[in-house]
Design a protein. Structure first.
Length: 284
């Protein structure tokens, strides 16, 4: 069963409220509205379009998007405009709350431009077939979900994704879809259709609706999918994958990292720390 979900929440400079953290613990994701300034959203849209004209980048290899999506890893290494996203007041504070660690890292980011699905009018039954949407998650709950150290109603997720949307999002506009609450389900699958067949009757499919500049933070243990764009609007989004500090980065270190004046960004894009569980401490 599919549902839409409209939850009007925003982000304070101090991060998430306890109610927002409880929503994350229960559902595996939390929606934050009016987080990114409209001017920054416009700059990111313009930069994304310019970037895809300058950089050799074809459609993604994921068959589930059927050639409608272009994506580039770690775009901040090409266009420093994207660094400004990580300076949004309260964003990193919220990520620290959900991850459960002060020294979080960005191990990868993906900037995506998704066109309206070219078959949405001619083969709508194919486009809207959720079984083929590309459901996935990068970790099982046992590997990244832990109880909150001081609040039994909350959780920590060692890896989260932060989806930042530079246009309005909704089910028609291609917002990320979630199997609501599946971040606590331990199943393991090889193919996306196997995922759908097993969990479609266990969890509702939800797709939040929000305006330009919204952010969705979700655990990488939740089953999620890049849904197709059914409207006439092109979707612009940036996804950052933030973790505890001992996760290794995917790809290269940002070339600007040693020269960043912002201390938070130096830590965020800094080198991986090793972790000694016996000492409960980190070492370089």
């Amino acid at each position: 069963m599919s549902t839409t979900m409209d939850i009007a929440t925003t982000l304070s400079r101090d991060g998430l409220s306890r109610e927002q953290q409880r929503h994350f613990a229960e559902h595996g994701w939390v929606l934050l509205e009016q987080v990114i300034d409209p001017d920054l959203c416009r700059a990111c849209r313009d930069t994304t379009e310019r970037m895809f004209t300058r950089v050799t980048c074809g459609s993604t290899k994921d068959p589930s998007d059927r050639g409608n999506n272009k994506a580039l890893r770690d775009a901040h290494q090409i266009e420093p405009t994207f660094f400004d996203l990580y300076k949004v007041p309260g964003l990193l504070a919220a990520a620290r709350q959900l991850i459960g660690h002060d020294k979080i890292r960005c191990v990868e980011s993906i900037t995506a431009m998704t066109n309206p699905d070219r078959e949405r009018h001619t083969r709508p039954e194919v486009v809207t077939d959720q079984r083929a949407w590309g459901w996935h998650r990068n970790f099982r709950p046992r590997n990244i979900i832990t109880p909150h150290p001081s609040d039994p109603e909350l959780i920590s997720s060692a890896v989260i994704a932060v989806g930042m949307y530079f246009v309005p999002v909704s089910p028609d506009h291609g917002v990320t879809a979630f199997f609501d609450g599946s971040h606590r389900y331990e199943g393991c699958w090889a193919e996306c259709h196997e995922i759908y067949d097993e969990v479609e009757n266990r969890f509702d499919v939800v797709q939040p609706t929000a305006g330009t500049g919204s952010v969705i933070m979700f655990s990488e243990a939740i089953l999620h999918s890049p849904a197709p764009v059914l409207s006439e609007q092109r979707r612009f989004a940036h996804f950052a994958f933030l973790t505890v500090p001992w996760f290794s980065r995917v790809g290269q270190e940002p070339y600007l990292r040693p020269y960043l004046a912002d201390e938070d960004l130096r830590h965020l894009f800094g080198p991986c720390l090793s972790y000694d569980p016996a000492l409960d401490s980190e070492v370089r």
